[in-house]
Design a binder for this molecule. Structure first.
Ligand SMILES: [Mg+2]
Length: 207
């Protein structure tokens, strides 16, 4: 074990929806029931799933369901996500960075979900849509805009592989637009390898 203090460890910023938790599946279930459609996640080619034909009319009612007490507490866990977070925690400090949802219970339910399923304490969870405002050594997120903006803010200041970001490969982020330091993957092992690279190659080097 390293003799470095906690603050000297690499800092990994990890998104929830689309990375650790399946948001689109259950959200589509709600929207499909309300709209009488049968979409699956491969149909979601754009960030706005309610942009699919017939779903705009049920967007507001779908969100009302998503905001109900308990919904965020019992979201499906992505296969492999728990082992990943456990191993990532051995390499560095894991911090959750997730967009807030405006409801009396959603953020509390998310805290509980993270604590109960991943052992992540609430004080290590930041609710912020502006992910670029948070410093770290690696971001994992499924939203291309988040990855690009974060890399603009943090990708250039760092040595070789530090300040890198993983775009979690999903149907709704397929585009040719990229950033030189962006890694597109949906493989936990690639994510761990990249995280170890941050530790081995980049950490401790000067800006
Ligand atoms: Mg996400």
């Amino acid at each position: 074990m390293s003799t470095k203090s906690i603050s000297s460890r690499p800092r990994f910023l990890v998104d929830v929806d689309g990375v650790l938790a399946d948001f689109v599946g259950p959200a589509l279930d709600i929207a499909n029931r309300l709209a009488g459609t049968e979409y699956t996640e491969v149909d979601v080619k754009d960030w706005d799933l309610f942009g699919l034909p017939g779903l705009r009319e049920v967007e507001s009612r779908s969100w009302n369901r998503i905001k109900e007490p308990g919904w965020a507490r019992y979201m499906p866990i992505m296969p492999g996500a728990q082992d990943f977070i456990r191993e990532l925690s051995e390499i560095g400090d894991v911090r959750i960075l997730t967009a807030p949802v405006y409801s009396p219970t959603f953020c509390y339910d998310r805290w509980m979900w993270l604590e109960e399923n991943f052992g992540i304490p609430h004080k290590h969870v930041s609710f912020d849509k502006e992910k670029f405002a948070h410093d770290g050594d690696m971001l994992i997120d499924d939203r291309l805009d988040n990855v690009r903006d974060w890399l603009r803010a943090h990708g250039r200041r760092r040595a070789k592989s530090v300040g890198t970001a993983l775009l979690w490969d999903r149907p709704w982020n397929q585009t040719t637009e990229a950033h030189p330091k962006m890694v597109r993957t949906r493989d936990w092992n690639v994510a761990l390898h990249t995280a170890r690279d941050v530790w081995r190659v980049g950490w401790g080097t000067t800006d």
